[in-house]
Unconditional design. Structure first.
Length: 180
């Protein structure tokens, strides 16, 4: 289940100040940081409609033993449950890393209106990085895409996470006993 520990403080009202892309991406970055602290690849996502956060989460495939527990999928599941509908029209999904093909497919089926991502993923990104499934002509739904919002912060979070993992891996190798 998506991490909603900050959910009540994130919900905004229709009378509150309008929030821009940077605001929501900062929340997604905080979720990504929480994921990193839990040992997950630091990707965070926030789904917003009418200026309100519907759901927010981070990656959890390791902790949930679920290869589909990407931040985007967890957010879409939680939002659909909360709204009582698998269709999520009029929503914007903020995510710290360009979504993979699985996540883009789910967004198309959910009818997400807009995708805003921070860092591009040239290896597995499906919103123009490695592939462009968002704009594929076979889809009967189009998602507006904005990339690069707080790109450097998200990229540094990912670089730092993997740098730390490599350092830990080297430390284990150095301190591992030789032989029996």
């Amino acid at each position: 289940m998506p991490d909603s520990s900050h959910q009540l403080t994130l919900l905004g009202g229709p009378d509150g100040p309008p929030h821009g892309d940077d605001h929501w991406m900062r929340i997604a970055l905080r979720k990504a940081e929480a994921g990193a602290q839990a040992g997950e690849v630091p990707v965070g996502a926030v789904l917003v409609r009418h200026g309100q956060c519907i759901a927010c989460s981070h990656n959890a495939p390791i902790s949930e033993c679920d290869p589909t527990a990407h931040a985007e999928i967890r957010v879409l599941r939680e939002a659909a449950r909360r709204l009582g509908n698998y269709r999520l029209p009029g929503t914007t999904l903020y995510v710290t890393l360009e979504p993979c093909p699985m996540c883009v497919g789910a967004m198309v089926h959910a009818r997400v209106a807009r995708l805003v991502y921070a860092a591009s993923d040239t290896r597995t990104g499906a919103a123009g990085g490695a592939l462009d499934l968002v704009g594929h002509e076979s889809h009967n739904h189009r998602i507006e895409v904005t990339g690069g919002v707080l790109r450097e912060q998200a990229a540094e979070l990912l670089r730092g996470f993997f740098r730390s993992r490599r350092t830990m891996g080297k430390a284990k190798t150095v301190t591992a006993p030789v032989g029996d």
